[in-house]
Design a protein. Sequence first.
Length: 288
Amino acid sequence: MRFILAGVVFVLLLGTWGVRQADDMLQPAADYPAPALFRVEAGDSMNGVARRLEEQGLLRSARATRWLARIEGLDGQLQVGEYELSPDQTPQSILAIITTGQVKTWSLTIPEGSRASEIAKRIQDEGLGDARHFMEATNDPEWAAALGLPGPSLEGYLYPDTYTLPRGLSAREITAIMVRQFNRVWVEHVAAWAERSTLSQGEIVTLASIVEKETAAPHERPLIAAVFLNRLARGMRLETDPTVIYGIPNFDGNLTRAHLRDRNNPYNTYRIRALPPGPIANPGLEAL
């Protein structure tokens, strides 16, 4: 009788333990939202991730979650990235997020007419990358060639738009996204006209960048573009301040006569009778 009673107690305890483990596998850690950022690094194991999730209060039980991952065949399926998780999500939901790469994304808005250096600063300020690395990628001729661009730099082809990006992308990955957007806009809205133009793609983008920096008023752009096109056709100087400013290192906001007479500035359109060597900003669709 004593052995039977002990067996019954054991079965009851085992059942209670099993119910609790099942509950830990299925139920969220809390019934209230408390979004928190959680990062899965390269080389992380499911055991380590589950333990950290429990320590952050995002899971009831690391052990139960590890079992759930094994049952669902998710061991080895972790995706590197930064995730937004909450204790009111079930373990199954959390596992689904971190094994399918549903990373947290951030909005990055690039205004029309931004220079590459300004984009680099914005990216760093938003915590999405390093400004120096971004400029290194932008000014890498081999990377520009790999992206199919006509010049030695990505300036002019980093399309101004609002992007949704995860953290952790490399400078090359970010610039590639922006150049792909430029290519989409070019093909959809500019290419057909450009084929009939005597200007190359690089010349069109360069001129568009100058128009972009000359005025923020959309109704003025066609007139300004026409003036510049006429000057180019007649072999005249463009004589536009924004190009001169672009070619001045560490410009302090004070454009002087000495700057306008500087023959060593390749962007000085008060001296050259042509377009400058390349774009001076990243133009939007209207300027293009």
